[in-house]
Design a protein around this ligand. Structure first.
Ligand code: SF4
Length: 380
């Protein structure tokens, strides 16, 4: 890796096709020059964070921005692939930096035990978890109207709007966004606690604590709009000022990078990603086999080869959520096979994937109350 100045990087990425990359370097230069007094550079070990780190190191901050103090940090959620940890070693050596390893405030196994399990998506898990907290009986009250349910649960309005499709026609905040989920849950009420809070203890809280610990002034993260998902859609630009007390400004250098920009950048700069991408075909990384990932079955199979211990841990922690998701997928297939398609509902997964997953046997193929009643096991 040859460090350069911003002028050299703009020269390297000259041409109209590199406009986004040029803009990103200009903004990075400005932030390093004027805002980076104490900056957290959050490394995840994923491919976007690889690009962000390369951009930062390419500008040789120690020489070109002596006022900027950068803190490279990685947050260990407690469910990380060995390949990710090895990749951090590689990055340290390649760029001559130290990446601080920080433990999650509440690691995933404990978070799942304390709060409940991730299921389907962050948004669905948040609303369903909220209904459960209020003692909502899916089988008994599932078909009631919003007005009636709201009188019964006046402190649960947002989640009831989700359940009753009251967020407006076609809103992605309605449960109808998840094809047949409501029907499935009424017929098969969950026997485990659902929650979206695992991410808070494993990621958010650890990051906030670290920001406070080093008294940081800027947080640099490798979020790209094109990656989609809650994290990316929460923002509309590459920079956010602190929105509340205790918060700090966040800069996302490659927010506007398309997949093509990213691929071109990596090719020109020789950026290599972790083995999870290079050898095992992952398209993104994160906690191993999280049930939020629609492709967790694929991940479980890969984890079996790569990190059998991790695969076992994931099955112990997330088992009931896996089983429930599989049962939901089988339910949709059975429903379709019986020719009972409900018009107007979206299909989040294509049928081929549905059938593959529905037949998967990791953690047990059937949905039974006895297998789903326990709390997730901790792996310590
Ligand atoms: S990505 Fe999944 S496993 Fe990781 S912290 Fe969030 S909910 Fe938990």
């Amino acid at each position: 890796m040859t460090p350069m100045s911003v002028e050299q990087m703009l020269e390297l990425f000259s041409g109209d096709e590199n406009r986004t990359i040029q803009d990103a370097f200009r903004k990075l230069h400005a932030n390093l020059k004027f805002r980076a007094e104490r900056t957290v550079v959050a490394i995840s070990g994923g491919s976007d964070s690889d690009v962000m780190l390369d951009m930062v190191r390419a500008l040789e901050p120690e020489k070109n921005y002596p006022e900027a103090k950068l803190f490279y940090v990685w947050f260990n959620t407690g469910l990380e692939y060995t390949a990710t940890k090895q990749h951090l070693d590689y990055l340290e050596e390649k760029y001559g930096i130290t990446i601080e390893r920080k433990k999650a405030k509440t690691p995933v196994p404990k978070g799942c035990k304390d709060y409940g399990l991730p299921f389907l998506s962050k948004q669905a898990a948040a609303y369903l978890g909220r209904l459960q907290e209020h003692g909502f009986n899916f089988a008994v009250w599932g078909d009631e109207t919003f007005d009636r349910l709201y009188t019964m649960f006046p402190k649960c309005k947002a989640a009831l709007r989700f359940w009753c499709n009251e967020w407006g026609e076609g809103s992605r905040m309605n449960i109808s966004c998840y094809r047949l989920l409501k029907e499935f849950m009424i017929e098969n009420p969950p026997q485990f606690r659902i929650s979206d809070k695992c991410c808070n203890g494993a990621k958010k809280d650890a990051s906030h604590d670290y920001i406070r610990e080093i008294n940081a002034t800027l947080n640099m993260v490798g979020v790209r709009r094109a990656e989609g998902g809650v994290r990316a859609t929460a923002y509309t630009s590459c920079f956010s000022e602190a929105s509340k007390r205790g918060d700090i400004a966040q800069f996302r250098p490659l927010f506007f990078f398309t997949d093509e920009d990213k691929a071109r950048y990596c090719q020109i700069r020789g950026v290599a990603h972790s083995d999870l991408y290079e050898k095992y075909g992952f398209v993104r990384t994160g906690c191993a086999c999280c049930p939020f990932g629609s492709r967790f079955e694929d991940e479980l199979q890969t984890a079996e080869r790569l990190d059998p211990g991790l695969r076992l841990a994931a099955a112990n922690i997330f088992g009931p959520a896996y089983e429930y998701t599989r049962a939901y997928r089988r339910y949709k297939i059975q429903h379709d096979e019986m020719g009972k398609r409900i018009p107007g509902q979206l299909n989040l997964w294509d049928e081929k994937e549905d059938k593959t997953w529905a037949n998967a046997t990791v953690g047990g193929p059937t949905l039974s109350a006895s297998s789903m009643s326990g709390q997730p096991a901790s792996v310590g």
